[in-house]
Design a protein around this ligand. Structure first.
Ligand code: SF4
Ligand code: SF4
Length: 430
């Protein structure tokens, strides 16, 4: 069994998981905000329903663990229920607690990949580059049936859904861009998405921050631990958090900026990993670390007046990453930036705040439900004739790119950093 956290940081303060669940009055106000409830129309697929399942688990009254597992595993962890809830019940954290109590050990592949990331990142990168080389040669497509047969259908789905196969990883790109010998105004925390899948996003963030804030440093961080946290390995998540905190403390006190909103939201929640009574020192260090963390979309919002107008202005909408909007409360900053750059060409997309169905590996593990949610999102982008969709999370980039290719190829998706960097480049050169 995975070990649950036992205590959560909620909007009403620190609570046991049971007390956090008990804050739910079962009013049902969150139901229409829940994408899986809207898609499936089932109580067990709503925030309220899932809360009650965890409550029954804690009270020892659960009579159908299999149905409970299904209800909890189909949650996107988008947090829309928590945002809609007057009592701010911490539904995603409660659901994760439920998953940890129900599940056995984390899948060996996740354990192997995260261990490799921590203990031997160079080897991890070698495996990854080998996989990308196979993909570019068209060979990974041939391996899909074999992967499915061998029980790795999630890898086959990933290969099918994700088009990216970068020839160079982000660390190699950044090695050429780093400024030397000056005081550093910011520290770039490279999330695994930009680092291993979308180096172009990390490069864009680096160039944009340099234009806006001066010389920065690369935090040379490890994975933030979100993957381990979501898949039930709290010790692995804590180990990664401790190493990232210690490294950041040794380097300075400048803001730590990341460009995948899921990862940034998790960095901001590090203190919750150390709520045990014997870990006060690490909790305080985590609080100091988290106070330094910023999502790059916050930086663009603060610097809106300094952002350039792009050479070509097209009808553009913004898709809120759930972990930016619901996890960090960042609704206005990316809009301030987009409006400053685009003027009237920026338009609000209906349902901009609803999850796209990406949610980490959810799109690969729950294909049908994910696609149902994705189709609604793409229909909303088409309804305002968008040519460009901007966003801020790795999983949204993957999911929206797939959805646009499939249902509305007139438009494309970019990370807000890519959009800002391109506009700077048009004005000032690379
Ligand atoms: S989570 Fe909040 S909104 Fe949903 S049923 Fe419970 S109290 Fe009501
Ligand atoms: S986190 Fe999202 S998918 Fe899960 S219950 Fe809440 S609104 Fe529904």
């Amino acid at each position: 069994m995975s070990e649950p956290l036992g205590r959560l940081l909620t909007d009403l303060g620190e609570r046991t998981t049971y007390d956090a669940v008990a804050q739910c009055s079962r009013c049902g106000y969150c139901e229409q905000a829940c994408p899986t409830y809207v898609a499936a129309g089932r109580e067990a697929y709503s925030g309220r329903g899932r809360n009650q399942i965890v409550r029954l688990m804690i009270e020892g009254k659960l009579d159908d663990p299999k149905a409970a597992e299904e209800a909890l595993s189909t949650c996107l962890l988008c947090g829309a229920c928590q945002t809609a809830c007057y009592a701010k019940v911490a539904v995603p954290d409660i659901i994760l607690e439920g998953r940890r109590s129900l599940r056995g050990r984390t899948h060996w592949l996740v354990r192997w990949a995260t261990r490799l990331l921590v203990e031997n990142p160079k080897k991890f990168e070698t495996f990854l580059k080998f996989g990308y080389a196979l993909k570019r040669a068209g060979l990974s497509r041939l391996a899909r049936p074999l992967l499915r047969w061998a029980g790795f259908s999630i890898l086959a789905e990933m290969d099918e859904h994700v088009e990216e196969s970068p020839a160079r990883l982000l660390d190699e790109e950044l090695a050429e861009l780093r400024g030397r010998g000056e005081a550093k105004a910011w520290s770039y925390f490279a999330p695994c998405g930009p680092r291993y899948l979308f180096p172009r996003v990390g490069v864009s963030t680096w160039k944009s921050l340099t234009r806006l804030k001066g010389v920065g440093r690369h935090a040379e961080n490890l994975c933030c631990g979100l993957l381990a946290y979501n898949y039930g390995d709290l010790e692995q998540a804590r180990a990664l958090a401790r190493r990232n905190i210690a490294k950041a403390e040794a380097e300075g006190s400048e803001p730590i900026v990341g460009d995948c909103s899921s990862c940034v939201a998790f960095l901001k929640s590090y203190p919750q990993l150390f709520l045990m009574p014997n870990d006060t020192a690490w909790r305080e260090r985590a609080e100091r670390f988290s106070a330094r963390v910023k999502d790059v979309i916050e930086v663009y919002g603060e610097s809106a007046a300094a952002l350039p107008v792009p050479a070509e202005v097209v009808a553009t909408v913004y898709h809120d990453s759930c972990r930016a909007l619901n996890g960090q409360g960042l609704k206005d900053p990316p809009r301030r930036a987009a409006q400053a750059m685009l003027g009237e060409s920026y338009r609000e997309m209906p349902g901009c705040d609803v999850c796209c169905g990406g949610a980490g590996a959810f799109a690969f593990s729950h294909g049908e439900l994910s696609d149902d949610i994705l189709r609604r999102k793409i229909a909303n982008a088409a309804s305002v004739q968008a040519d460009l969709v901007l966003t801020s999370s790795t999983s949204c980039l993957i999911q929206l790119a797939r959805g646009l290719r499939k249902y509305y190829p007139d438009a494309k998706v970019l990370h807000l950093s890519e959009f800002v960097a391109k506009a700077f480049e048009e004005r000032h050169g690379a």
